[in-house]
Design a protein around this ligand. Structure first.
Ligand code: UD1
Ligand code: PEP
Length: 434
């Protein structure tokens, strides 16, 4: 079994570089299959498990995909199959992002139902309602969702009950080749939506208003493969910002885009952290004493749910009682139990957690319950007394490239090891004796 082992007590210092954003690259790679002319060449693609999964989804459909030195090239000029089976969707629910592109190109798409996961039930009803408004039929059965149309998709006015990131992306992609105009109201405003819209417009689409709550898409007849560079990962950047803050360190986060992390900057400043905006990134200086704060997760530009568990680690180290309220996902507090194993004093009240700080965190055996929770446990381990051993690393590998090496590069005492399960070790010993 693989484990990350962190020994607490080091102040982090130095420079760390942020990769391209996971949540931007997945929809962009999915969108590339709408081009039936030319290749798409996508740069700054992080070497993450999720990227390998979306590439496999595309290859399984007959697209040619190459991944070399952080560049993915997609040639989707072949006739594609229109299905994403359970083996991929099980690994990564963002596989549902091929629904919109396939539907608009072929009038058909079939994808395994993503199901629930560690942070909530995560339905895709808003994606499907959008497709239906554009004239598609939806059939759900045998664990699959199938969307199809006999006529070309037509533009429609779609109001999202909540500003879902995935639904905005899927509907935006489907609308690019629909007949007429689509208006998405109460659309998600995340920077990754803007990156996708920029990619679509380069391909020849006509998308206006991405980054605001109303997005207008005029359908076009053809899209072509283009070159694109993915925006930096604001959640990876945020994770290292918290690492600097929690260790009272001095870290320069190269490539971090300050406009994408405004809500985090403001919260960290409220806690006493110094943040210097520089041309090539963000400089973070942790204080001797962190102040307690309250925070509520919200859709962008509010505080991101993907930084909630990392902030909980920071609050455990702050002076006073902090309150975190999670409004985006209904069950994203699985890390609370793991923090408690490290001596954290946490009380869950409905959708809020009351964090009593500062607490003397103790190293313990803990498990990453989702990818951000895994990163949060590393952060807690940086200031805990003794060794923290983190398992279930497959979650962390979905969203962070070389996380151990990056932390070690700024001075953390951290390593990733493969530990033989005891049964295997005794079998090996027996073999040696024979
Ligand atoms: C690959 C990717 O980009 N993942 C991000 C994306 O996930 P994702 O796109 O899945 O998140 P959504 O914005 O869609 O989900 C937000 C909320 O809306 C609900 N909902 C969503 C769709 C739907 O049809 N019906 C419905 O009820 C969800 O259950 C959740 O409670 O945005 C989330 C919210 O910022 C982030 O945490 C994820 O990291
Ligand atoms: C929840 C996350 O991702 P996903 O939507 O891919 O599960 C995340 O990046 O924190």
């Amino acid at each position: 079994m693989e484990k990350i082992i962190v020994r607490g007590g080091r102040q982090l210092k130095g420079t760390v570089k942020v990769e391209g954003a996971k949540n931007a690259v997945l929809p962009v790679i999915a969108a590339s299959i709408m081009a039936n002319e030319g290749k798409s060449v996508i740069h700054e693609v992080p070497a993450l498990a999720d990227v390998h999964t979306i590439n496999q989804v595309l290859m399984n459909m007959n697209a040619n995909v190459e991944y070399k030195e952080n560049t993915v090239t997609v040639d989707a000029t072949n006739e594609l199959l229109t299905e994403a089976p359970f083996e991929y969707v099980r690994k990564m629910r963002a596989s549902v992002l091929v629904l919109g592109p396939l539907l608009t190109r072929y009038g058909h798409a079939k994808v395994a139902l993503p199901g629930g996961c560690a942070i909530g039930s995560r339905p895709i009803d808003l994606h499907l309602k959008g497709f239906e408004a554009m004239g598609a039929k939806v059939h759900v059965g045998n664990g699959y969702v199938e969307v199809y149309t006999t006529e070309p998709l037509r533009g429609a006015k779609i109001y999202l009950d909540m500003p879902s990131v995935g639904a905005t992306e899927n509907i935006m992609m489907a609308a690019t080749r629909a007949k007429g105009k689509t208006i998405i109201e109460n659309a998600a405003k995340e920077p990754e939506i803007v990156d996708l819209a920029n990619f679509l417009n380069k391909m020849g689409a006509n998308v206006v208003g991405a980054g605001t709550e109303t997005i207008k898409i005029h359908g076009v007849n053809r899209l072509q493969g283009v070159e694109h560079t993915i925006i930096p990962d604001r959640i990876e950047a945020g994770t290292f910002m918290v690492a600097a803050a929690i260790t009272g360190g001095n870290v320069f986060i190269r490539n971090a885009e300050v406009d994408h992390v405004r809500s985090l900057v403001s919260k960290l400043e409220e806690m006493g952290v110094r943040i210097l905006e520089e041309e090539e990134g963000i400089h973070v200086l942790g204080p001797d004493i962190l102040k307690a704060v309250d925070l509520k997760t919200l859709p962008h530009p509010g505080f991101p749910t993907d930084m909630q568990s990392q902030m909980m680690a920071l609050m455990l180290h702050a002076h006073g009682a902090s309150v975190i309220t999670e409004t985006v996902f209904e069950n994203r507090f699985m890390h609370v139990e793991e923090f408690r194993r490290m001596n954290a004093k946490l009380k869950i009240e409905g959708r809020s957690v009351i964090v009593e700080g500062p607490v003397a965190l103790q190293g313990a055996e803990v498990a990453a319950t989702d990818l951000r929770a895994g990163a949060a446990l590393i952060l807690a381990g940086l200031v805990a007394e003794g060794h923290t051993r983190i398992t279930s690393l497959h979650h962390i590998d979905r969203g962070y490239v070389d996380i151990t090496e990056k932390f070690a590069g700024i001075g953390a005492d951290i390593e990733r090891i493969v530990e033989e399960p005891e049964a295997e070790v005794s079998e090996i010993n027996q073999e040696v004796q024979l």
